[in-house]
Design a protein around this ligand. Structure first.
Ligand SMILES: [Zn+2]
Length: 207
C-alpha cells in the first residue's frame, strides 16, 4: 500500500505531531502495516494509540533529559498518566501508581503536561482512516464484528449463569439479579452495556 502525502496545514492531531517533527513521519509506514494487517497480524486502534503515545513520551523525556538513560518502561509511564490524569480511574492499580509516581518524581517530569500531550484513540482512528486512508482488510473478509460480539456476549452470559445460580441459591444474590457486561466507549468515555455499544459501532458503517 502506498503512503499518501500529508498536507502541512491540518486539523489532525497526529499529522501535526509528525509535521512538527516531534515524531518521524516514517511512523506512518509502521501504522499502515500494523493497522491494515496486510503483512502481519493487525493491531487494534487502541494498541496503535498506546504504542504511538509511548513514542511521544520517549520524545518528551529525551527533550528534558537528553543525556540520561530512561531506565524505565514507557508503557508503565503511559498507563500511569492515562489512568491517573486522563481516565480519572477510581481504582488505579497500587503497583502501577507506585511505579508511575516514582518515575515522575525521580526524573522530575510534569505529569499534567505529559498527559495532555497524549493522543486519543479517536484521533488515531481519524488519522488512519482519513489521512492515510487505510482500512483493515482482514475485517471485511471475516464475519462481521457486531455478530462476533453478540455471539461472545451470549456465551459469556451462559457461563456466568451457573455461578450466579449458585449465588442465588446461597442467598448471596436475589433471584432477579442480572449480569450486564459494559464496554467503555472510546469517544465519550461512557460505560455502555455491550449490546448498546455493539449497536453504536455497527451504525458507524463499514462493519
Ligand atoms: Zn492525520
Amino acid at each position: 500500500m502506498e503512503k499518501k502525502s500529508v498536507s502541512t496545514v491540518t486539523n489532525c492531531h497526529i499529522c501535526n505531531i509528525l509535521n512538527n517533527g516531534i515524531l518521524d513521519k516514517s511512523i506512518n509506514g509502521w501504522l499502515i502495516d500494523h493497522y491494515s494487517g496486510e503483512h502481519i497480524e493487525p493491531l487494534s486502534i487502541a494498541a496503535l494509540t498506546n504504542r504511538f503515545n509511548e513514542q511521544l513520551l520517549q520524545y518528551y523525556f529525551l527533550k528534558k533529559h537528553p543525556n540520561i538513560d530512561s531506565t524505565f518502561d514507557f508503557e508503565v509511564l503511559r498507563e500511569y498518566l492515562q489512568e491517573v490524569y486522563l481516565d480519572n480511574d477510581d481504582h488505579v492499580d497500587s503497583k502501577l501508581f507506585f511505579m508511575g509516581n516514582s518515575i515522575i518524581k525521580h526524573f522530575e517530569l510534569d505529569p499534567i503536561y505529559l498527559a495532555t500531550r497524549l493522543v486519543a484513540p479517536h484521533s488515531m482512528q481519524h488519522h488512519l482512516q482519513n489521512c492515510l486512508e487505510i482500512r483493515q482488510d482482514k475485517l471485511s473478509s471475516e464475519e462481521s464484528i457486531p455478530v462476533k460480539f453478540l455471539q461472545a456476549t451470549e456465551f459469556a452470559h451462559k457461563i456466568l449463569q451457573s455461578p450466579l445460580d449458585v449465588a442465588i441459591n446461597n442467598g448471596l444474590a436475589s433471584v432477579d439479579t442480572q449480569i450486564v457486561i459494559y464496554v467503555k466507549d472510546m469517544e465519550t468515555g461512557e460505560m455502555l452495556p455491550i449490546k448498546e455499544w455493539v449497536m453504536k459501532i455497527s451504525k458507524k458503517g463499514g462493519i
